[in-house]
Design a protein around this ligand. Structure first.
Ligand SMILES: Cc1cc2nc3c(=O)[nH]c(=O)nc-3n(C[C@H](O)[C@H](O)[C@H](O)COP(=O)(O)O)c2cc1C
Length: 331
């Protein structure tokens, strides 16, 4: 059975986006944005801010469990924070070893830890020891920092540290987000470890999913920017696996999701600036998945008032042209 995980994406996939994308169907699990652990055991409100789902059994409104992701370099401090997150209700802890941010990497966290597999081993072991045995611990890695020479050692270090699961973003830190993702390495990792594994990187379409599945041999996949660009991507992948061909959402249906997002952000007390910023960011990222997102973005990018932005989306929502299937986007 194919498992689909919504990727953690800092500054982008907040709990409302998790709610909307998991409601769109296809996803089995979500992961919070990373919580950067550097000096202290965080108080409960920090965990609730990143993961409001902790108030509702740590599941999205449509029932998908949400793992809490931690990032840092101090094994004991990560362990303490992990134990507290579990006390608050986290069903699992994911550890971030993939973040490419310069600030984070200067402080020896995120992807810079991949330079030495022992770092991964020590952190995973400390987190594993700090949380109850029935709570899964997982790690998310890239194929390496500057190059891929340590990709197998790092994966083994995660397994030997006691993690139950590994997610691999099939690129090095230096490769950033540049295509391609090197799915062929995932097959080699899968053969070298015995814990379960999720493939990640550059799945934008059902066809990409099929190629990634065939090359990696994985049965679990994490979707990031592809699910932001096409909110129904996970649903279409699941339909494909069930032998059905689900037609891609039309732009009007996507606009319903964006309009719902504005309402949810307002409900949470987000400033109008924040609401407008998030909508522009999302529409901008949708340009890779939906043709009408480009003219829409050009029109909304200068709008500052959320009311005006909302009206524009609402008008497009009623436009008959956007109720029909779209032409494929030119590559
Ligand atoms: C804006 C942005 C924020 C991200 N934040 C996180 C994060 O908080 N934790 C994490 O493990 N990965 C993070 N990632 C990496 C994604 O989870 C994912 O590994 C990456 O985007 C590759 O998958 P994709 O090609 O499907 O997008 C982020 C990526 C982007 C583009």
């Amino acid at each position: 059975m194919t498992q689909l995980v919504l990727a953690p994406m800092e500054g982008l996939v907040d709990w409302r986006v998790r709610q909307l994308l998991s409601a769109a169907g296809g996803f089995d699990q979500c992961v919070t944005e990373f919580i950067r652990v550097s000096q202290t055991l965080f108080p409960a409100h920090v965990f609730y801010r990143y993961c409001p789902e902790l108030h509702q059994g740590c599941k999205t409104a449509s029932g998908q469990p949400v793992l809490v992701q931690l990032m840092g370099h101090d094994p004991d401090l990560l362990g303490e924070n992990a134990a507290f997150a579990v006390e608050l209700g986290a069903p699992g802890i994911d550890i971030n070893f993939g973040c490419p941010s310069k600030t984070v990497n200067k402080r020896e966290a995120g992807a810079s830890l991949l330079k030495c597999p022992e770092n991964l081993f020590n952190i995973v072991r400390a987190v594993r020891a700090a949380v109850p045995g029935h709570i899964p611990v997982s790690a998310k890695i890239r194929l390496g920092y500057a190059d891929k020479t340590l990709f197998l050692e790092n994966a083994r270090a995660v397994e030997e540290g006691g993690a139950q699961h590994l997610t691999v973003h099939a690129r090095t830190k230096m490769e950033g987000y540049k295509p391609p993702a090197h799915w062929e390495y995932l097959a080699r990792i899968r053969e070298a470890i015995s814990i379960t594994m999720t493939a990640n990187g550059e799945i934008w379409t059902v066809e990409d999913y099929i190629r990634c599945r065939d090359i990696s041999g994985c049965t679990s996949f994490m979707l990031g920017r592809g699910a932001i660009a096409c909110p129904d991507l996970a649903a279409r992948i699941k339909a494909h696996e069930a032998g059905e061909d689900l037609q891609k959402q039309c732009w009007a249906d996507v606009l319903d999701i964006l309009l719902a997002y504005i309402d949810l952000l307002a409900q949470d007390g987000a400033t109008e600036n924040h609401q407008a910023g998030r909508i522009k960011q999302w529409v901008s990222m949708m340009r890779k998945g939906h043709g009408p997102a480009s003219p829409c973005f050009d029109e909304i990018k200068r709008i500052r008032e959320i009311g005006e932005l909302r009206e524009k989306l609402q008008r497009d929502r009623e436009n008959p042209e956007y109720q029909r299937p779209e032409e494929p986007i030119a590559a």
